[in-house]
Design a protein around this ligand. Structure first.
Ligand code: PEP
Length: 253
């Protein structure tokens, strides 16, 4: 049985005061979350939030990392540094990184490897653009993104990773994939990994991301291959986020 997981991607939002309010509200409302909960604030806040979460069951994730481990990479943050300030997870290959910062499949694969080398659990994002969706190329795109990582990191590495299917057209648009659409792509991803290693495919946790909110979470998370969500906008509202976490648990009951 795969343990459900919900990760909140705060993107470039927050301040020390706002973060404290949000974390406190989440902690108050979710005493003993039955699903795994991860919050991913901007890197500069990781240390402080990590301390606020200490002894709690909420894990800390970063939103990206440098593919290199140290050196002359001005502005970058290494996996070891993220680990050092308390992160246990890191998002890799988010569509905003792919589109806005030109992270291609090869770089995403290097980041995935760097994350694991630093002892972090990568949350690998894959997903098609609106244009690709309209052309019917979803499986082709997702396969290419997965294969790039498989080629460099090997299938065994997926035993220490989470994969998030995030159709780009659904991110921040209010337009989520239907549960059937999400399930179909999740089943495709699982089958692609399982074809190389059945046990790893079966155990791999697959998150859906793209306009998840409390109102649609239960239906999405109720699909057999949807093990939780990667949540952007709704993770900035404590009550909404806590209800999404609850849906991840009940959806798998
Ligand atoms: C995301 O940022 O990964 C995301 C899924 O955003 P939203 O939930 O706002 O669509």
């Amino acid at each position: 049985m795969r343990r459900p997981v919900v990760a909140g991607n705060w993107k470039m939002h927050g301040s020390r005061a706002e973060n404290t309010r949000l974390i406190n509200a989440i902690l108050e409302a979710s005493d003993e979350p039955a699903c795994e909960v991860i919050v991913c604030p901007p890197a500069v806040y990781l240390w402080e939030i990590g301390r606020q979460l200490k002894d709690n069951r909420i894990a800390l994730g970063a939103q990206t990392l440098c593919a290199d481990s140290q050196g002359a990479f001005t502005g970058e943050v290494s996996g070891a540094m993220l680990k050092d300030v308390g992160a246990s997870h890191v998002i890799v290959g988010h569509s905003e990184r792919r589109a806005l910062y030109r992270e291609d499949d090869a770089l995403v694969a290097r980041k995935f490897v760097a994350a694991q080398a630093a002892g972090l659990l990568p949350i690998l994002c894959v997903g098609e653009t609106l244009e690709e969706w309209e052309r019917g190329d979803t499986e082709q795109v997702v396969a290419r993104q997965l294969d790039a990582v498989l080629a460099v990191a090997g299938v065994a590495s997926f035993g220490r990773a989470i994969v998030a299917y995030e159709p780009v057209w659904a991110i921040g648009t209010g337009k989520n994939a239907t549960p059937d659409q999400a399930q179909a792509v999740h089943a495709f991803i699982r089958a692609r990994i399982a074809a190389r290693d059945a046990m790893i495919g079966d155990g791999l946790r697959l998150l859906y991301g793209g306009s998840v909110k409390a109102a649609n979470a239960a239906e999405l998370f109720g699909q057999p291959d949807v093990d939780g969500g990667l949540v952007g906008g709704a993770s900035l509202k404590a009550d909404e986020f806590v209800r999404i976490c609850a849906a991840a648990t009940s959806g798998r009951a």
